[in-house]
Design a protein around this ligand. Structure first.
Ligand SMILES: NC(=O)c1ccc[n+]([C@@H]2O[C@H](COP(=O)([O-])OP(=O)(O)OC[C@H]3O[C@@H](n4cnc5c(N)ncnc54)[C@H](OP(=O)(O)O)[C@@H]3O)[C@@H](O)[C@H]2O)c1
Length: 227
C-alpha cells in the first residue's frame, strides 16, 4: 500500500515503523518540513518526506496522526486531495480531567469525515499509548492486542485490518463509523483508570466465555447444558 502519514510526532513514528517493516511505501508529512525529513530518515526503507497536501494526494491510505481539532482543520484545508482516500483517525478527544472534548456532539472521527467528505474514514489505533504501538509486537500474556476498527466502507476496513495485522495485532470489528465515539469514550475511561486511578483497565471486563455469566457445564452424555 501507499501510506501517507499526516504528522511527524509519536503516533506517526510508532505506526509507520511497523508499516515500513511490512513493506509498504510510506510518505511522512508535517507542517515542519525538517521534522518530516528527520522522521523519514529515521524510518529508512525508502520513506519520503513531503508536504501535507502531497502526502494526502499520494496515499491510498492516509493516517491522520494530528491532535484532535488540528486534524479536522488540516484535513478540511486539504479538500479534494483526500477524495476516495482511506483516512485513518487515531485521535483521542480527551482533555484535562480526562474529559471527552466532543461532549454530546459528533465524535472526532465523524468530524474528520465531515471535514473530508470524499474520504473513507476509519477509526483505529486510539486505545493504546504510543509505546504500546512501538512494541514488536504488542502481545500480552501470549495474546496479540486486539484493535477495534470502526468504519462504513468495507474496502477501507479491509485495508485497515491489514495494517492492524502489520502492527502485530488482531483487528476486531467495532461497527460503523457512528460507533467511533464509543472508542473515543473508552479511551477517555481507560486513560482515567490508568493515569488517574492507577487501575488495570484490562481487568474491568470478564473473558468472553464469562460475558453472560459463568460458562455452563455440559454433561458427559451430551444431553445439553446444566446450570
Ligand atoms: N501519543 C499517544 O500515546 C497516543 C495514543 C493514541 C492516540 N493518540 C492520538 O494520536 C494523535 C497524535 O498524537 P501524537 O502523540 O503523535 O502527538 P504528537 O507527538 O504531539 O505529534 C503531533 C503532530 O501533529 C502536528 N500538529 C500539531 N498541531 C498541528 C496543527 N495545528 N497543524 C498541523 N500539524 C499540527 C505536530 O507538528 P509539530 O511537530 O510541528 O508541532 C506533530 O507532527 C492525537 O490525536 C492523539 O490523541 C496518541
Amino acid at each position: 500500500m501507499r501510506i501517507g502519514v499526516l504528522g511527524t510526532g509519536n503516533m506517526a513514528d510508532a505506526l509507520a515503523t511497523h508499516w515500513v517493516r511490512a513493506g509498504h511505501e510510506v510518505t511522512v508529512a508535517g507542517r515542519d518540513a525538517r521534522r518530516a525529513q528527520r522522521l523519514a530518515a529515521r524510518l529508512g526503507g525508502g520513506v519520503r518526506a513531503a508536504g501535507l497536501r502531497a502526502a494526502a494526494e499520494w496515499g491510498d491510505v492516509v493516517l491522520c496522526a494530528l491532535p484532535f481539532g488540528a486534524g479536522e482543520d488540516v484535513v478540511r484545508g486539504l479538500g479534494a486531495a483526500l477524495e476516495g482516500t482511506v483516512l485513518v483517525d487515531c485521535s483521542n478527544p480527551v482533555g484535562p480531567g480526562f474529559r471527552l472534548l466532543t461532549d454530546q456532539g459528533p465524535s472526532a472521527a465523524q468530524r474528520l469525515a465531515a471535514a473530508a467528505p470524499g474520504a473513507r474514514v476509519v477509526k483505529a489505533f486510539n486505545l493504546c499509548h504510543e509505546d504500546v504501538w512501538r512494541m514488536r509486537p504488542p502481545v500480552f500474556g501470549g495474546r496479540p492486542l486486539a484493535v477495534p476498527v470502526c468504519g462504513d466502507d468495507e474496502e477501507a476496513l479491509v485495508r485497515v485490518r491489514e495494517l492492524v495485522r502489520d502492527v502485530g495485532c488482531e483487528p476486531v470489528a467495532g461497527g460503523a463509523l457512528e460507533r467511533a465515539g464509543l472508542l473515543e469514550a473508552t479511551a477517555a475511561l481507560f486513560i482515567s483508570l490508568w493515569v488517574g486511578e492507577g487501575a488495570d483497565a484490562q481487568a474491568i471486563a470478564p473473558p468472553l466465555a464469562y460475558a453472560a455469566g459463568p460458562p455452563r457445564q455440559t454433561t458427559g452424555s451430551g444431553t445439553g447444558a446444566v446450570g
